[in-house]
Design a protein around this ligand. Structure first.
Ligand code: FAD
Length: 501
């Protein structure tokens, strides 16, 4: 019998219990559980999870606040450290370093953006790095951490922070939360997916059970069992711009000193490595293009520079950067790796899960006619993913390295038109194109332009009305204000200890 297209959504089935599945279960059950919607999550402990998403961006704090969880609680449970940004090593040149902090730089002069002041000072021979005007960057560089004051007393005090967390513990925390909110968990393998008039009708499990639902959330990871396989939604491959297609991950002992409050992203001849400090260990990995480096060479490079002794066997994870052409098809909505993946350089995958959940909450179907909701979801998701894609491509395109074929190809590649337009405006006038659904604000783009020393050809003509000495004095006051605030902040390790009280 055909489904009644006006029937309300009474049961939601979430396929997959990795970070995406449990985040969706926790957030959606909290919101809709009391309204009579039943949630069932099917995961397979035999298959397991990918287990590597350990660096986040500040939106994670909004997500856990919406669940009513405290930052201290989540950090304790997940052995988390604070993340104030990412230190990029060897990207602009083999020995260069720059920081991408979560936060603003300096203070504008009226309508003239701070970055115009800074680039003019630079043109005039002032070598002060842009970091000197960022409280977040200075805290990170000095290994300190303090909670930002909200609202920030001055623009100079505007910075944000995120967590490095143990992915397994985070999923376990969310699972406890979701189960307490009434989510039913089934540990079994999905054998087949039964199609129906709306899209998917039911999941058939290896143990013979049939799990029917009105709405299905596909969180089955790279397998994309419901959206990719059953609904046959294609994959848009972004390899031409993001050439890395494999990673090797290994956990190690933490380093001997205090954990840094930032992720390290260390470039090598054919990609980059990550080091993520946790309280009880470190997460490490190498990302590379398979055609340019063998697995043995990549493993050797990874193991040659770990913060401590390895605790696990190195594990190879092949991936493709790109996304499903539609994230919502029929009654199937994909979140996490089932929807696509952007290589992990700016730790955006968990953030895209958050925004996907938020979008699904806002567009949660009232009945089975979901076409208009799906269109809106898909348009917004496409835009958001493409904006993140462009930001990640920027790291490769702007490289100053010419020491290997990999980097020479990155520097020479044609970029998407949306990014080319951003670069053209920056180059012409030091300004930022702002599209909708930008996850990374102009300050993040500025961190990259400054880090790669991409100098604009011209600056705001209104600068001519600002005497250089007056600007220099104002900039000196900004630096002093930042330095004073940093000096008053505790060390990162002290900050973490304060969470245990
Ligand atoms: P998975 O963790 O793969 O979960 C899939 C789930 O589906 C599992 O529960 C599995 O059991 C279940 N499943 C699959 N098939 C079946 C079946 N047949 N029957 C039943 N159950 C099934 N993100 C960040 O935000 N920050 C980072 O620093 C970061 N680093 C990364 C590094 C690498 C190398 C990679 C590849 C990814 C990284 N990510 C990062 C992405 C992040 O790991 C994922 O977005 C996140 O873990 C969510 O994964 P998932 O839940 O979609 O998939």
């Amino acid at each position: 019998m055909a489904d009644d297209i006006s029937s309300p959504i009474r049961s939601v089935v979430i396929a997959g219990g990795g970070t995406a599945g449990w985040m969706a279960a926790a957030a959606l059950a909290r919101h809709f559980g009391k309204a009579g919607v039943a949630f069932t999550l099917v995961e397979s402990s035999d298959i397991g999870t990918i287990g590597v998403g350990e660096a986040t961006i500040p939106t994670i704090r909004r997500f856990i606040a919406a669940l009513g969880l405290s930052e201290a609680e989540v950090m304790r449970e997940t052995e988390a450290t604070a993340k104030l940004g990412i230190l990029f090593e060897g990207w602009d040149a083999p020995n260069g370093r720059f920081l991408h902090p979560f936060g603003m730089y300096g203070q504008d002069a009226g309508d003239i953006g701070f970055h115009h002041l800074w680039w003019r000072a630079r043109q005039q021979g002032d070598a002060t790095p842009i970091d000197a005007y960022s409280l977040g960057a200075q805290l990170a560089r000095q290994g300190r951490m303090a909670l930002p004051r909200t609202p920030a007393p001055t623009p100079l005090a505007t910075y944000d922070w995120a967590f490095h967390l143990d992915a397994g513990r985070f999923a376990a925390l969310l699972r406890r939360y979701a189960e307490a909110s009434g989510v039913t968990r089934i540990d079994a393998q999905i054998a087949t997916v039964e199609r129906g008039d709306r899209g998917v009708a039911a999941l058939h499990l290896h143990d013979g059970r049939r799990i029917a639902g009105d709405l299905f959330v596909d969180c089955t990871g790279f397998r994309s069992l419901l959206l990719g396989e059953a609904m046959a939604i294609g994959f848009e491959d972004w390899r031409q711009w993001l050439p890395c297609d494999a990673a090797i991950a290994v956990q190690s002992e933490a380093g001997s000193g205090d954990p840094p409050p930032y992720t390290r992203a260390i470039a090598h001849g054919a990609g980059w490595r990550w080091q993520i400090p946790l309280r009880h260990r470190a997460g490490n990995g190498i990302v590379y293009a398979e055609g340019t480096l063998s697995e043995d060479e990549a493993t050797a490079r990874l193991l040659a520079d770990l913060p401590g002794k390895p605790l696990t066997e190195p594990r190879r994870i092949p991936f493709r950067s790109g996304r499903r052409t539609r994230a919502w098809a029929g009654n199937v909505v994909a979140l996490g790796l089932a929807a696509g993946f952007l290589e992990p350089l700016e730790s955006t995958s968990i953030a895209l899960i958050e925004t996907g959940i938020e979008r699904l909450r806002r567009l949660f179907p009232a009945g089975s006619d979901m076409a208009a909701l799906a269109d809106e979801f898909n348009d917004a998701t496409a835009d958001e993913w493409e904006r993140v894609r462009d930001f990640i491509i920027l790291h490769y395109k702007l490289t100053g390295r010419r020491d290997t074929g990999f980097w020479r190809d990155c520097a020479a590649m044609d970029v998407p038109a949306t990014l080319a337009r951003k670069l053209a405006l920056w180059d012409a006038r030091g300004e930022f194109v702002r599209y909708r659904w930008e996850m990374f604000h102009p300050s993040s783009w500025l961190a990259l332009y400054a880090g790669f020393d991409r100098r604009p050809a011209a600056l705001d003509p209104a600068l001519a009305a600002l005497p250089a000495e007056q600007t220099a004095a104002a900039m000196a006051r900004m630096r002093a204000g930042v330095a004073q605030a940093v000096a008053a902040a505790p060390g990162h390790a002290d900050f973490l200890r304060s969470l245990d009280r």
